[in-house]
Design a protein around this ligand. Structure first.
Ligand code: SF4
Length: 282
């Protein structure tokens, strides 16, 4: 049986065949963010990955990037036996913040938004330094590790991912920033595909099973909070779910399925204007 032609099925009228190369490219490499985007809303995936529409970064993204960067520097300093607190002073935070905001357009709400967001991020960073949930003298096994699964190893496509931190014994750590606390079971469910991808990549590159996962949430409440959640290693069922999701993603894109998934997530969708205009003219 010949493989399905890209964009040959139902949505072809709205999504022309000229987008076939972009569709093939968008599925050639699988990452947690692509999978999550497609599974959240196929139309959003279409705007972001097929049309390549760029949008200014939101304030929440900038705060997340700044804290990730400080964590990266802090972890690297520990790795090299340097003083992690001295490497991540408020002056260094200021430098990193400037680099991040100058590298991209940002959609600040008004003139007061940037200083307010910066103060929130710095408060959170100082809360981390005052009481880090990871011992400062514990040497990491890896920091910001880029891993990829080569398609020749299995039926899976190429899969890529960045591990924020690998702690002793193969404990895979993911840092998140959030506006509020999330119950542990909900958090595990929300990040299940992403963590399973990390388990797959870690196992293939080390030939050993991960010890488990740790999700560390930096919560942007008035009084900053840091919450640590531990989860067991990925199970066979997790890998089955991952494979089923990758397959649905690849087939969906190949079939030109970029249908709408309206819901609460539309409130923070970057492509709301384009989406509403497109629906109106369909
Ligand atoms: S506005 Fe809603 S339905 Fe439209 S692309 Fe965004 S998430 Fe999807």
């Amino acid at each position: 049986m010949s493989p399905p032609l890209l964009l040959e099925s139902p949505n072809r009228k709205s999504f022309p065949i000229s987008l076939a190369p972009a569709a093939a490219e968008a599925t050639a490499v699988v990452s947690a963010s692509r999978l999550k985007c497609y599974m959240t809303c196929r139309r959003q995936f279409y705007f972001r990955y097929l049309l390549g529409l760029k949008k200014p970064a939101g304030a929440a993204l900038i705060v997340g990037q700044a804290l990730h960067r400080m964590l990266e520097i802090w972890n690297h300093a520990r790795w090299h036996g340097d003083n992690a607190s001295l490497a991540t002073t408020p002056e260094r935070f200021e430098e990193e913040w400037q680099t991040i905001v100058e590298a991209q357009p940002v959609a600040w709400k008004d003139d007061k938004d940037e200083p307010k967001q910066k103060a929130t991020a710095l408060r959170l960073w100082q809360a981390w330094l005052a009481n880090p949930p990871i011992p400062v003298d514990e040497v990491p096994e890896g920091v910001e590790v880029f891993l990829e699964h080569e398609e020749v190893l299995s039926d899976r496509p190429k899969i890529v991912g960045y591990l924020d931190l690998v702690r002793a014994g193969g404990l895979l750590v993911e840092f998140k920033t959030a506006a509020r606390s999330t119950p542990a079971d909900e958090l595990a469910h929300q990040h299940r595909l992403q963590l399973t991808i990390y388990a797959l990549l870690y196992r293939e590159s080390t030939w050993q099973q991960e010890k488990g996962f740790q999700v560390i949430q930096l919560i942007k409440t008035k009084e900053p909070k840091i919450e640590v959640f531990n989860f067991p290693p990925a199970s066979e069922k997790d890998f089955e779910e991952l494979d089923a999701t990758i397959s649905a993603f690849q087939q969906g894109v190949a079939n030109g399925d970029f249908s709408l998934s309206p819901g609460q997530h539309c409130s923070w969708c970057d492509y709301r204007t384009e989406c509403i205009a497109k629906v109106a003219t369909n």
